[in-house]
Design a protein around this ligand. Structure first.
Ligand SMILES: [Zn+2]
Length: 324
């Protein structure tokens, strides 16, 4: 087992976060870059540049970097390390892993960002010790990760565990981006869905604080809804409860399919905490089958804004055999 660090890189559509991470998942140095609006060559240069900054900082303290993990919101062909298709980044049919390994001069591991987040929660976070676990990250969309039989599951092409695209309302609203489906979990309880439902509730209840925020022309974001709900505004609490109940329908499906030990909820929307999880647990108790529903724990993720970077680091630690 190595005693050095790895570098985790969270490559998102708007920003990049890189960090040197030790085998206990402590972060020793961070670097951030903007990736908004960059072309493909520029994105690759940005990754190399951020990795170099972190590596130089670790070299300066006499430490060593053994590998690099990169998490991307992208379909990854695991066998060949190819970034197949990304919604928010200019990466398509690119031999990303080998190109990065050659330029960086270290072993590079590449995976979907939600798979990385699942791995980090399973190895180090809210799903430690689980044999079977699922993760949902509620942000602009909904990412998914699965551990079945103590193994991270990616499906036969690496495109599996898209848990956000399970259908919970067949004639529901159209899903987002490249998804042709209707009524996906992502269409019902992502941060985007929360903002949509909160705007609707705000217009129906103008006397509420949520209603006056809309009347004042404020942007009805998930963060604002959460803030107003914590302040006791019933309309904001109801918006989160609605989203939480749809989340519960999705979790009930996962509970019946997988009989998991734990379902971990991450992403920006989980800032609402129990205001979201309590309605979700109530629906699972109503709808899922016994004994699975009594067994499962439904918990918030341990890792917040850095989960993508830590997940990428966990991928690299796993890849070099330093995490086991
Ligand atoms: Zn969908």
């Amino acid at each position: 087992m190595s005693t050095g660090c790895v570098i985790g890189v969270d490559l998102g559509g708007t920003k990049l976060l890189a960090g040197a991470v030790d085998p206990a998942l402590n972060v020793h140095h961070r670097a951030t870059r903007s990736s908004r609006g960059a072309g493909q060559a520029q994105v690759l240069d940005t990754v190399v540049d951020a990795v170099r900054e972190v590596r130089d900082a670790i070299d300066g303290t006499g430490g060593a970097v053994d590998a690099v993990g990169i998490g991307i919101p992208c379909l990854i062909d695991q066998q060949r390390g190819i970034a197949v298709m990304a919604v928010n980044l200019p990466l398509a049919d690119l031999p990303f892993r080998d190109m990065m390994a050659e330029r960086i001069g270290l072993p590079v591991f590449v995976d979907n960002d939600a798979n990385g987040a699942m791995l980090a929660e399973w190895r180090f976070g809210a799903a430690i010790g689980a044999r079977d676990a699922a993760l949902l990250t509620l942000g602009t969309g909904i990412g998914g990760g699965l551990v079945v039989g103590s193994r991270l599951q990616r499906g036969s092409q690496g495109a599996g565990a898209e848990l956000g695209h399970m259908v919970v309302q067949a004639d529901g609203p159209r899903c987002q981006g490249n998804c042709p489906n209707h009524g996906c979990l992502e269409a019902m309880c992502s941060g985007t869905a929360l903002a949509r439902e909160a705007r609707r509730i705000a217009s129906e209840r103008p006397a509420s604080r949520l209603g006056s925020a809309l009347a004042d022309g404020r942007e009805i974001s998930g963060a604002l809804v959460t803030e107003l709900a914590y302040d006791g505004d019933e309309a904001a609490i109801d918006a989160l409860a609605l989203i939480g109940r749809w989340l519960g329908v999705g979790i009930a499906n996962l509970v019946n399919m997988l009989n998991p030990d734990v379902v971990v909820i991450g992403g920006g929307v989980i800032a609402a905490g129990e205001l979201l999880l309590e309605p979700a647990r109530a629906v699972v108790a109503e709808r899922a089958l016994s004994p699975s529903k009594e067994h499962v724990r439904i918990v918030p993720a341990r890792f917040g804004a850095e989960s993508g970077m830590l997940g990428a680091a966990a991928l690299a630690l796993d890849g070099i055999g330093a995490a086991a």
